[in-house]
Write a protein that binds this ligand. Structure first.
Ligand code: ADP
Ligand code: MG
Length: 885
């Protein structure tokens, strides 16, 4: 019987766990060596890619509804209803149009932001390793078909539902599927009872779970929507809460709304006391509230964050959690992996040390017996693939690949070797154990091959040369080599250890030699470390490598230069790094060496206790807790494991430390842009409030009608706030210290800027209004002029908001064309309004005489001088402070 996923007879799929391994392979018309590429293509075409059903996207309708469902819109609709009830249809229609334009702008922007995040998500593709046509090759998970034979190891995400064919020390984390929080053993190869529950199917692996430990070969039995998880996928796609910044801003907006409402209440009370008609007063109060509440804020913030994620993606940083964008801007410490992030992870053997023969540089490959024995052990204890004809298609661990390369250099043939000595069982490499071992048949018995950190493996060896070997390893490490020891042992047929006895059998080994590997630094790493230091972000290196190797590399990078800047995993374990002085020592350390992945959590915790906002890079399965714990978990897009990527906030698509610096710059820029938006929205709202309050307090009529206030709001905030969210990073952003992580949005600097701008514009506009009335103009005429003045004021002020510190004249307009466009459109609309029949009457505006216009423009431009003066004073004060420090 053969079964294929789309079964036209509608029969239920077999219970794979209840079939024997042979039955499974037969049913799927495959074999232990996998499918042929042609058959796989045929199945892919017939049954479709291995993709989970997509999470539901919010439709434009749903977004629109959410937009309308806001207190502000409710307020405006209430105003429209009041107007209509009073028979003032013109005003009611106008308000409805304002509502429409507002929601349309908001909804389209939010829709675009959503499409953007989706596109980014699609860029993180997962891969796996498949056996096809008899060879193992990397493949994208989406291209898997039933019958494919996979080779998986610790850190891999299980890409489909699989039935085990071979397993070694295999454990999987199935929490997301079964809720079981501990890793479960997956070692059963035989058939299980038909009734076994999902959680008890120890001969199966399920899509979406993670391999915590060990290695296996397994055949794909179900893909995409047919997998166990595919069938319950929708239930798992819970919406996540928004980023903390959005929540904080939400609180901020509510506070502002409260302030606005109190102010409005005050104005209303005064007006009513002065005998103003109720209807007009209520209507006016609503318009004033609309002016003060920065309703554009949430949308502009979303856009600023979305813009940042797009810019970061261009610079190789994929944002998985929107909150990480602002977090990057506040980051004070980066704890980074050495291997692969600061270095290229292009490990190459450079030196050999053979017992009794001494040190050899590998330029001239030795070809004697000792070297061959070492090369064979390194090739047998190995899970990588490497073909010298296609060196760029190598797959597997970098150290393993380097060992295969070494074997070729020693004129060995690893493939033939592996075929001649089939593997019986093995202990896969584990960063906590720091070595790997494999047991292969040899003659009638077996041979054990071990490779790993010198100071772990050498003590397991018998023989007189151990002390010397350790001294040599130490010396090579101090020169920056990563030193691995290789050892072996033979077993006769009658005492070949079984799986349970294997760990204990890694003892009384024969030392075969030491290999010194060089892993070149990434060319950009040194400059990136310097850039971080300039930006006030400390860089700490974390590695499983030897302290001496680590220090040599840290020196080259400018991270550390003295041994006392190193804390080792042993120090952490001994607790010498603990207690209040200990935490300090930990926080001061520059390099963490011989660290076990589990200890990374402690390091992150200690740095956080010392008051740092910690970014942490990681790639392994064991790094996941630390990545989750850190304020910013950063995973590697190429080299890392799927588990790490799953929990990280950010993914570096080029695995390059320098990209973190780019991320910090964009994160700071995004935060700065959000502040610019607030400066504009709250500053202009304050100006309008100040003007109205002054007029009402001094017994004058309202300086703008309700409809005029709404119009003003539309042409000064409608697109300009969003344009500010597109502002490019200011020069010098990476030469400032990080902002304090707990800094409130409304800090003193922000208050000062809002007060200066708001008061100045408000007072001047009030003065002009009062002067016009004093000169005998009618209230309508005075309002007409005041409205134009406010439009000019606020559209000039937009340019002030482009930077909090730099002069507006130093920021090229070409850097933000959307802004120029938005301002031009606003001015045109204001100039044209008096000539548009319907609009003219609602707004009650008339063209302004050219001579008056010539007066208004310089008055409005003065806001630029005022803010420039304020910026200048602040810059000078900062320079003074820097001098005295
Ligand atoms: P890092 O944090 O620098 O990547 P690891 O934790 O991966 O370091 O490795 C720790 C030590 O384990 C290394 O110094 C090396 O001695 C040893 N090691 C690394 N990779 C392998 C491997 N594939 N097989 C055996 N031993 C290894
Ligand atoms: Mg490593």
């Amino acid at each position: 019987m053969s079964y294929m996923p789309v079964d036209r007879t509608g029969a239920a799929p077999p219970l794979w766990h209840a079939l024997s391994e042979r039955q499974v392979l037969e049913t799927l018309s495959t074999s232990a060596t996998g499918l042929s590429a042609g058959e796989a293509d045929r199945r892919l075409a017939a049954f479709g890619p291995n993709l989970l059903p997509e999470p539901p996207v919010r439709t434009i309708g749903a977004i629109l509804l959410a937009q309308i469902w806001s207190p502000l819109i409710a307020l405006l609709l209430a105003a429209a209803a009041v107007a209509a009830a009073m028979g003032d249809l013109e005003d009611a229609v106008f308000i409805l149009i304002v509502v429409l334009i507002n929601t349309a702008i908001g909804a389209t922007q939010e829709y675009r932001a959503q499409a953007n995040t989706q596109a980014l998500r699609a860029r993180i593709r997962t891969g796996t390793r498949v056996r096809r046509d008899g060879t193992i090759a990397p493949i994208e998970s989406r291209a898997l078909v039933v019958g494919d034979m996979l080779v998986l190891e610790a850190g891999d995400r299980v890409p489909a539902d699989l039935r085990l064919i071979a397993a070694s020390q295999l454990q999987a984390d199935e929490a997301m599927l079964t809720g079981e929080s501990l890793p479960v053993d997956k070692l059963e190869l035989r058939a299980l009872p038909e009734g076994a529950r999902l959680a008890d199917r120890t001969n199966m692996l399920h899509a979406g779970t993670m391999i915590q430990r060990g290695r296996c070969e397994a055949v794909v039995v179900a893909t995409g929507g047919s997998t166990a998880i595919g069938q319950i996928a929708r239930a798992l796609q819970a919406p996540s809460a928004g980023p903390p910044l959005l929540r904080r801003l939400d609180r901020f907006s509510r506070l502002l709304a409260l302030v606005a409402l109190s102010l409005v209440a005050l104005v209303v009370a005064i007006q009513l006391a002065g005998g103003a008609p109720l209807r007009e007063t209520v209507f006016f109060a609503i318009a004033l509230a609309v002016s003060i509440i920065p309703e554009g804020l949430p949308v502009a913030v979303t856009i600023a964050l979305a813009v940042a994620t797009r810019r970061m993606a261009r610079r190789h940083v994929i944002v998985r959690q929107l909150a990480a964008v602002e977090g990057l801007g506040a980051c004070t410490v980066i704890a980074t992996d050495k291997t692969g992030t600061l270095t290229l992870n292009k490990v190459a053997a450079r030196r050999l040390w053979l017992p009794g023969e001494g040190d050899v540089l590998l330029a001239s490959a030795p070809s004697d017996e000792m070297a061959r024995a070492l090369g064979e052990a390194g090739a047998l204890c190995n899970d990588a693939t490497f073909d010298p004809a296609h060196p760029d298609q190598a797959s597997g661990d970098a150290v393993d690949i380097a060992f295969l390369r070494l074997a070729h250099d020693l004129s060995l043939d690893p493939a033939a070797l592996a075929a001649a000595h089939p593997r019986l069982r093995d202990l896969p490499f584990d960063a906590a154990r720091k070595f790997a071992a494999a047991l292969n048949t040899a003659g009638g018995g077996a041979r054990l091959s071990v490779k790993g950190a010198a100071e772990v493996v050498v003590p397991l060896c018998t023989g007189a040369e151990s002390a010397q070997a350790l001294a040599v390893a130490e010396r090579m490490a101090a020169d920056g080599y990563r030193v691995l020891a290789v050892a072996g042992r033979r077993f006769d047929a009658h005492d070949v250890p079984d799986a349970a006895a294997l760990p204990a059998a890694v003892d009384r080994l024969t030392l075969l030699g030491l290999v010194g590997f060089i892993d070149p630094l990434r060319p950009e790493a040194k400059a990136a470390v310097a850039a971080c230091t300039a930006a006030g972000v400390a860089v700490k290196m974390i590695t499983g490598d030897h302290a001496a190797t680590a220090l040599a590399i840290a020196r080259d990078l400018g991270i550390a230069d003295r041994p006392d800047q190193i804390v080792t995993g042993r120090d952490l374990e001994a607790g010498t790094a603990y207690g209040p002085p200990g935490i300090e020592r930990l926080a001061r350390a520059r390099v963490f060496a011989r660290v076990e992945p589990g200890q990374k959590v402690e390091i992150v915790q200690a740095l956080q206790d010392a008051g740092h906002v910690v970014a942490m890079t990681g790639d392994g399965v064991n790094d996941a807790p630390a990545l989750r714990r850190a304020d910013l978990g950063i995973a590697m897009g190429r080299g890392g494991t799927d588990v790490a990527r799953e929990v990280a906030d950010l993914v570096l698509t080029d695995d390059n430390f320098a990209s973190v610096v780019a991320g910090i710059e964009e994160g700071r820029a995004a935060y700065a842009n959000i502040r610019k938006v607030i400066l504009l929205l709250v500053g202009t709202g304050a100006a309008e409030a100040a003007m109205v309050l002054l007029a009402v307090l001094s017994g004058l009529p309202a300086p703008l009608t309700a409809v005029q206030l709404l119009w003003l709001n539309l042409v000064t905030n409608g697109g300009q706030d969003v344009a500010l969210a597109f502002e490019k990073a200011e020069p010098g952003l990476l030469h400032r210290p990080p902002r304090p992580g707990d800094e409130p949005i409304l800090d003193r600097l922000m208050l000062r800027q809002i007060a200066v701008a708001g008061l100045y514009m408000g007072v001047v506009a009030y003065a002009v209004f009062a002067a016009l009335l004093g000169a005998g103009r009618s209230a309508e005429e005075a309002r007409n002029v005041t409205l134009m003045l406010m439009v000019l004021f606020q559209n000039m002020h937009v340019f002030n908001c482009r930077s909090e510190t730099l002069s507006a004249f130093r920021l090229p307009l070409a850097n933000n064309l959307p802004l120029a466009f938005a301002v031009a459109a606003a001015l045109l609309a204001s100039l044209a309004a008096p000539f548009v029949p319907g609009l003219r009457d609602v707004l009650d505006v008339a063209p302004i005489a050219p001579d008056l216009m010539l007066l208004l423009v310089p008055i409005a431009a003065s806001i630029i001088l005022v803010i420039e003066g304020d910026k200048f004073l602040r810059r000078r004060a900062a320079a003074r402070k820097a001098q005295t420090c």
